[in-house]
Design a protein around this ligand. Structure first.
Ligand code: KG4
Ligand code: ZN
Length: 339
């Protein structure tokens, strides 16, 4: 089965063709540089950029795969959550292609897509496992009881972890997106330099809060001369990153132990963070927990994960073609998603 996947949920235009859930035949991701100067994603600019980038990305996957549209079996597109204007571009194009090529189209939940990135990266990954979906728009822990059967364990009450990386990078004047920059700076810094708070760490449960850490960084920086901030930049980055990583790691390990699973999936843009990957692996090992994280090209937003999740839905939920745009949707929890 060949599935075309389209993701236009935020600021990456992702198109891919996936064969039989796990084999990526082509994967094109066009990142939108226009947001750099604003220090964050500007929704109106993002949707306009999708309009420009989507058709060349489509050409790109056919060129890469040497496939033709008539060889496709289905079209999958992100229906939400995401920025409404951006989702509309992807959904409209997918509907048009569906009519033109006479192929079925299915709307995919973006968060389920991130879970299927794990399956693409490691075809041996088998439920049950705990998934930490951590990106610029989301931070949530879910128990994957089976493919398509999810129990939401907890999520952030305010900012997503990636949002905190981006905002702290803006405070430090180190650019957007903040995650990769802070990841690099932190490598050379002392993570014990400043003791930033670890919100909710001592609370029972799996909820997160990251706006407090961001405010603590702002308070720390207030009134500091620019040259002092510049001098200590790597230490501030390392101390901030350590606080976020510790909370994410401890809550995820606790969730995995509570659920009695032996596997953890880290997925979403922040799952590219090297300190997070290392810490989670190190914490999990003595507890018998193995940690899977897709490579960066599958951790950040991409069309391949949407194609894989869409192929699963087509195969297991015949007639399931919910193509409404649902920008605020969360990951539907069991039993509604049980095929
Ligand atoms: O999954 P994604 O591409 O888009 C959303 O669905 O949000 O994630 C983007 C987020 C941004 O906030 C970015 O700063 C963060 O992922 N990110 C990272 C790293 N690479 C990307 N955060 C921490 N460390 C990284 N290496
Ligand atoms: Zn995402």
């Amino acid at each position: 089965m060949l599935t075309l996947g389209i993701d236009t949920s935020c600021d990456d235009t992702g198109v891919a063709i996936v064969e039989d859930f796990t084999r990526i035949r082509a994967n094109v991701i066009s990142s939108q540089g226009i947001h750099l100067e604003y220090g964050g994603v500007v929704p109106e600019l993002a949707s306009r950029a999708h309009l420009t980038l989507l058709l060349p990305a489509l050409d790109g996957v056919f060129e890469q795969s040497k496939l033709r549209p008539e060889q496709l079996d289905a079209i999958a597109v992100t229906r939400g959550p995401g920025l409404a204007g951006c989702l509309l571009i992807g959904v409209s194009v997918a509907r048009t292609l569906s009519l033109t090529w006479k192929r079925p189209v299915i709307g995919v939940n973006h968060l389920e897509g991130h879970i299927f990135a794990g399956r693409l990266a490691d075809p041996s990954l088998t439920p049950p496992f705990v998934a930490l979906i951590v990106s610029g728009g989301h931070t949530l822990l879910t128990l994957v009881r089976d493919w398509g059967d999810y129990v939401l364990l907890g999520q952030t009450r305010d900012d997503a972890a990636g949002e905190a990386f981006d905002k702290v990078s803006k405070l430090l004047g180190t650019g957007f997106p903040g995650g990769p920059v802070i990841d690099r700076l932190a490598e050379k810094g002392d993570s014990a330099f400043i003791g930033f708070p670890r919100p909710f760490l001592d609370r029972v449960g799996y909820e997160f809060s990251f706006s407090g850490i961001k405010t603590a960084v702002r308070t720390y920086l207030a009134g500091k001369p620019a040259e002092v901030v510049q001098r200590d930049l790597v230490h501030i980055a390392a101390s901030f990153q350590a606080a976020v990583v510790e909370v994410l790691t401890e809550k995820t390990v606790q969730a995995a132990r509570m659920a009695g699973v032996t596997h953890i999936l880290l997925t979403g843009g922040v799952a590219c963070n090297r300190a997070l990957r290392a810490k989670m692996t190190e914490r999990g090992k003595p507890l018998g927990l193995s940690v899977c994280y897709p490579p960066p090209v599958l951790s950040t937003d991409n069309g391949a994960m949407i194609a894989a999740a869409g192929a699963f839905r087509f195969a297991h939920c015949p007639g399931h073609s919910k193509l409404s745009v649902d920008p605020r949707a969360v990951l539907e929890t069991s039993p509604t998603t049980k095929p």
